[in-house]
Design a binder for this molecule. Structure first.
Ligand code: 2HG
Ligand code: ZN
Length: 477
């Protein structure tokens, strides 16, 4: 009997005595469902999944885990792409699924308190009833949970206008590994009490404590928006276009998304979306603008600007859909790229979620294209994403599927090294919005100063002295 199994016996006894039998689940089907996230890359070795209903149960459970030195993976909607929710070394999973309550919304203060397991889309639908919104818009909103969004400081499609999740958190309830329940922050925009501890947990990927509730800041939901799709010759033109829009238009830009030619062709091929133009171009921009209630993009300054852009050769072609159905269809091109690539490759897909300052983006892409041609000619490279904030998603796969699975993943290590070096050269970040998780922990060691790493480690030791919370992830040990 291994040491872990031996520990587990008395651990399990404690869990069953404290919580009864409906708390801990060990059926293989549940383990394999909850033991993985959207990375679909590792075999799960979770030992059990617990489903607390209230914060006191989370606290009691963590306390028992700490006493028995049992590792825990806090788990939300598991839509992450960095392996942050994977259980691959015999951990117990703490699922927040049953903690999914939305408390009464405060219309005057424009905030709402929720439990961590609330699905993002459910919150959005709820806020809709009040003409308000929590402005984190994610492609995975149908499954992602608020706690997971906060733990990963999720970004999404509207970061250009509203910023990351961090901007929309007023307070957090967090449970520490020692079983303490902390209320961090108040329902206040202004609350300067010195260092703001809640900020530590936003983006900490479940390594410091478990987020159980959050006080969310809301904003008035724009009543009207317009979508457009533009064809350009390359990404340099696309960045110039954004600059010109900043200079010449007053319309708030909600999204300014880049779609490379291959992304466009794969998304159309893999879904029932028809190719939007009568020829292919060097790249595409899918933009969303906030409009006044009765305004359309056609009667806004954008349509005049667009004529100038086409006349000056800035833009090659453009579509401004009118009906909301047509707008949805255009936006579906951007939203379905991930799904399309996933189906195309059956998940044998490698992702670099990186950010580069937007003024360096064209040069970065030029070098990236050369890198692929000279060093990885057998691999297909596709890029798309949130050009407006400099965050691109570079996806790689082997189109001939001639390499073995191991060979492919080995290649991705070389790809990472080259891409991260390039990102660093252009003053970018090797992780933009998907986080570090399991996939980037080793790489982080090379792209964070040793001083910063030691402070990070000291924090980890303070909150989780026995390294039990999401071990092996995020913090470079
Ligand atoms: C998106 O922006 C997501 O669509 C997923 O962050 C990115 O699939 C990806 O690489
Ligand atoms: Zn993204």
């Amino acid at each position: 009997m291994s040491k872990l199994e031996c520990h587990n016996k008395s651990f399990l006894r404690s869990v069953y005595t404290t919580f009864g039998t409906d708390f801990l689940h060990t059926d293989p089907e549940i383990l394999s469902k909850y033991g993985r996230d959207w990375t679909k890359r590792h075999t799960t070795r979770a030992q059990g999944v617990v489903f607390p209903r209230k914060v006191q149960e989370v606290a009691q459970f963590l306390k028992i885990c700490e006493a028995h030195r049992v590792p825990v993976v806090p788990s939300g909607g598991r839509t992450g792409l960095a392996g942050g929710a994977l259980a691959i070394q015999g951990e117990f999973i703490l699922s927040l699924d049953r903690m999914n309550q939305i408390y009464p919304l405060n219309e005057l203060g424009r905030n709402v308190r929720v439990q961590a397991g609330v699905i993002t889309e459910h919150l959005q639908n709820h806020c809709d009833l009040y003409g308000l919104m929590w402005p984190i818009d994610l492609a995975a909103k149908g499954s992602s949970q608020i706690g997971g969004n906060i733990a990963t400081n999720a970004g999404g499609m509207h970061v250009l206008r509203y910023g990351m999740t961090r901007n929309w958190i007023l307070g957090l309830q967090v449970v520490t590994m020692a079983g303490e329940i902390l209320e961090l922050g108040k329902t206040l925009e202004k609350c300067n009490l010195g260092c703001d501890l809640k900020q530590l947990f936003i983006g900490s990927e479940g390594c410091l404590g478990v987020i159980t509730e959050a006080e969310l800041k809301l904003v008035k939901k724009p009543k009207n928006q317009g979508v457009l799709l533009l064809a350009v010759s390359d990404i340099t033109k696309a960045t110039h276009l954004l600059k010109t829009l900043y200079e010449k238009s007053q319309l708030p830009i909600l999204a300014f998304e880049w779609i490379c030619p291959k992304s466009m062709s794969y998304v159309c091929r893999q879904t029932n979306i028809s190719f939007p133009f009568d020829q292919a171009y060097g790249g595409y921009i899918c933009g969303i603008f906030e409009l006044a209630p009765d305004q359309t993009l056609l009667d806004s300054e954008i349509s005049i600007l667009l004529e100038d852009f086409i006349h000056d050769g800035f833009v090659e072609n453009g579509i401004i859909p009118q009906s909301s159905l047509d707008q949805q269809q255009v936006w579906a091109i951007r939203e379905n790229i991930t799904e399309a690539l996933h189906t195309l490759t059956s998940g044998n897909l490698h992702k670099n979620d990186i950010a580069v300052p937007i003024h360096n983006l064209s040069k970065f892409i030029e070098e990236l294209d050369n890198l692929q041609k000279t060093h990885f000619p057998d691999m297909e490279m596709i890029h798309f994403g949130h050009l407006g904030d400099g965050n691109l998603h570079i996806n790689w796969f082997d189109p001939k599927e001639n390499g073995s699975h191991d060979h492919f993943w080995q290649k991705t290590r070389e790809i990472n090294e080259s891409v991260f070096r390039l990102v660093d050269k252009y003053k970018g970040s090797i992780s933009a919005e998907h986080g570090i998780g399991l996939l980037k922990r080793e790489a982080l060691k090379n792209y964070m100063s040793s001083e910063e790493q030691s402070y990070l480690l000291a924090l980890k030791k303070l909150w989780d002295p026995h390294d039990l919370l999401n071990p092996g992830k995020t913090v470079p040990t």
